[in-house]
Design a protein around this ligand. Structure first.
Ligand code: HEC
Ligand code: HEC
Length: 328
């Protein structure tokens, strides 16, 4: 199911018809100006006290079993909401199976994680604490420990009628996540009519992005985040990558066990993408230019000139928004 006003290329329509599941995009106001990308809406209305608590929790190592890891260890707010590693280290130095995605603008994605494992941030949060690679803890355990901290206990009584409970801990973190929106990217200012906000080279990149069909998958307010697609539509990325295939490479197949979902991933948002190298679920592309070349080859069957790649890099860089302040 695709939002009205969005034109899909025959390639994408074919893959949808072949059974690749699409998901309903989030409910955001769409303008009928024929552009495949819409400006980022403001963050949803949230309780500022809950957001501030979520921000504190997000940087608190007491959320992990051995107090070695905070959410910010992997989702660094000053590094595009991710880190600069191919894969990250969680509790006990265990390596994550996939590249850490950004924490920004998640309110406008219709699914959570590379494989779209969860439909909502709340459902994701319920499982997150116990994840043996990430925190290896439990929300009950964390709540018990933080209740002994008078400052937390008091702030939670202010923000939640029930005070500090496993559920209110999760709710505060989700409120913080939903607040992490990056407005005022040069590209959004351009869409809003400020034509000089976008340098010539970036305008050329946007033209190519539409003409070559990148926008048939990366589209909507998040320039992605609203459908599933196969990685390797026009060629076998995994055979040619040069490293053995892993379980994580099976993508959405791991969630649904359907053969048609093998190598299928959520199309990622490209907002702030210039800040979140390396790229792809496996972190295999070290630079934005190399990621673009892989996309052109395996998703569109095209090889790009270095000039075209430079234009596309300029366009994608114009999707960098303001890092949110968050908190109170
Ligand atoms: C050890 C590194 C690490 C830590 C610590 C960590 N994360 Fe993550 N996070 C990841 C990885 C890797 C993924 C992608 C998992 C996947 O797609 O299967 C992810 C995914 C997410 C997502 C979904 C993003 C998306 O694009 O859908 C959210 C939300 C998130 N993490 C929030 C948190 C919160 C909140 C904490 C702290 C409680 C946290 N993370 C701690 C590595 C980490
Ligand atoms: C058929 C759908 C499709 C098309 C067309 C497509 N992409 Fe993608 N794109 C994806 C999917 C799916 C991924 C996630 C791949 C993975 O890592 O598993 C992705 C990932 C990316 C990434 C990496 C994002 C990150 O955070 O790691 C970039 C950059 C990107 N695409 C840019 C482009 C550009 C530029 C074009 C046009 C040349 C394009 N894409 C065309 C589906 C598509």
């Amino acid at each position: 199911v695709v939002a009205t006003g969005i034109v899909l290329s025959p390639l994408v329509l074919d893959s949808l018809a072949a059974g690749t599941p699409a998901v309903d995009p989030p409910a955001v106001e769409r303008r009928d100006d024929g552009e495949p990308i819409q400006p980022l809406p403001p963050a949803p209305a949230l309780d500022a006290r809950q957001v501030a608590l979520g921000r504190r929790l997000f940087g608190d190592k007491r959320l992990s079993a051995d107090r070695s890891v905070a959410c910010t260890s992997c989702h660094d707010l000053s590094a595009g909401g991710a880190d600069t590693l191919r894969t990250s280290k969680g509790v006990g130095g265990v390596q994550t199976l996939v590249n850490t995605p950004t924490i920004f603008n998640l309110a406008f994605n219709s699914r959570v994680n590379w494989s779209g494992t969860y439909a909502t941030l709340d459902a994701h949060m319920a499982d997150l604490s116990a994840n043996p690679i990430v925190m290896k803890a439990s929300w009950e355990g964390v709540a018990k420990e933080l209740r002994d901290d008078p400052a937390y206990a008091a702030a939670f009584r202010e923000a939640f009628p029930e005070g500090l409970t496993p559920a209110s801990l999760r709710a505060a973190l989700v409120a913080f996540e939903r607040s992490m929106v990056t407005p005022n990217a040069p590209f959004d200012r351009y869409l809003a009519g400020q034509k000089d906000a976008l340098p010539e080279e970036a305008q050329e990149g946007y033209r190519l992005f539409k003409a070559y069909g990148c926008s048939s998958c990366h589209q909507g307010v998040n320039v992605g985040g609203n459908m599933f697609q196969t990685f390797g539509v026009m060629g076998s990325f995994f055979e040619e990558r040069g490293t053995p295939e892993t379980d994580a490479d099976q993508g959405r197949f791991n969630v649904t066990k359907k053969e048609s979902d093998r190598h299928v991933f959520r199309v990622p948002s490209l907002r702030n993408v210039a800040r979140t190298a390396p790229y792809f679920h496996d972190g295999s592309a070290p630079t934005l230019g190399s990621a673009i070349a892989v996309m052109a080859r395996y998703q569109l069957g095209r090889s790009l000139t270095s000039r075209e790649i430079a234009s596309l890099v300029a366009f994608l860089t114009s999707l960098n928004g303001e890092t949110p302040k968050g908190g109170a």
